[in-house]
Ligand binder design. Sequence first.
Ligand code: SF4
Length: 444
Amino acid sequence: MIKVKEHCGVFASMGEGSVHIVYEGLKLLQHRGEESAGISFLNGENLATIKGLGLVDEAIGDKIGNVFSNVSIGHVRYSTTGKTTIDEAQPLSNDKISIAFNGTITNYFQFGNFSTDTEFILNFMAKYSDPLEGLSNFMASADGAYSMVIMWKDGRIFAVRDPHGFRPLVLGRINNNLVISSEDSAIIQMGGKVIRDVKPGEVVVFENDSFLSYQLQRQDIAVCSFEYIYFSRSDTSIDGYPVYDARIRLGEVLAEKHPANAQIVVPVPDSARPIALGFSRKTGIPIEEGLVRTLNSKRSFILPSDRSRVLTLEEKFGVVSSAIKGKDIALIDDSIVRGNTMRRIIQLLRRAGAEKIHVRIGSPMIRYPCYMGIDFPRRDQLIAFEKDESKIAKSIGADSVKYLTKDEMVEAIGRKDLCVACFTGKYPLKGNYNLGKLEVTFRR
Ligand code: SF4
């Protein structure tokens, strides 16, 4: 289920027909951002950009038909800083470079009066004639999460993953083109081959149809847990760990540690489906698709206010009353942020005749803000802020609520080098975070 602001997706290609390869790649990364889309390409000796608001098709679909270039980068956006305007849409360019960026530079305001972190990166990099020197200094200075592609006016593309590797970034080939994608599933779906993940702290440079690698920094790896829980497509693998397998295991561990006395398992579509499948397999309780997500529904997280967020929920789910009427339900979701969506779903299920509703969540309680690009609400708006499971159950109208613990989640995902800061308040950044006052201070 979609409840938090998503971040962004990036795609880059070098070779014949690169603009259209990037366009198709962006469509396959659409789940990572629906606010705007754009492509920058090398047009002779100049950089050119086409971008627009909305989904990839509506934003740029009718503008790229006759555009051809061998060097292109692209972006789908959900804003984590700045506003939803065409000016904020990416890629952002000056006369020397163009940038498509996924993440958040937490300390960008320390470096001047920039309206977004992307603008900061653009300014920072433009000072250097040697891009690698610029990127090396950037990695040493910037705090935060970033997977990005930078196109230089000389026709080179630089793919950069931050030293902690918060966000995924993958290198591959489609036909004879070198490509970079936020997720490997996009490359595979286009019939391409994945070469490997870009490593944390690495810069991969596309130059004359070949690539070079530079390991600029090494720090403790901290891949965002939510990439596995919810953000990435289920058919994506990150650093060799399949997202689908992680979600199945989240459900299995949930069933082992937090079983429910229920007759049916009902997933909240769509991202909780594999978690519900794991839960069902482990418990033997059959799955029923008791909730239907309607295709024409607005995604509630796109709307700016709490009020409109709640108002869209009725459009988002239908209930299959014949499947759930008179039944005790294990209702499975991947996470709860504010609780508005879950509260409404429970109302809908009860109205349709459900008996007991036991909510089981395939992640720990979200209790802290994210400074690495995920726009969770203020801490006091999180439902798990100062509430335990029984208070949360009461608040959302469930008969019981159980979450995975942090350790159970880490065991289920199967890798230890994860960021878990929104569950624990321990941030893997260089900065020093004062959580009580919701302020950020830095050592530098
Ligand atoms: S704080 Fe949470 S959402 Fe943010 S990067 Fe870490 S795990 Fe992901």
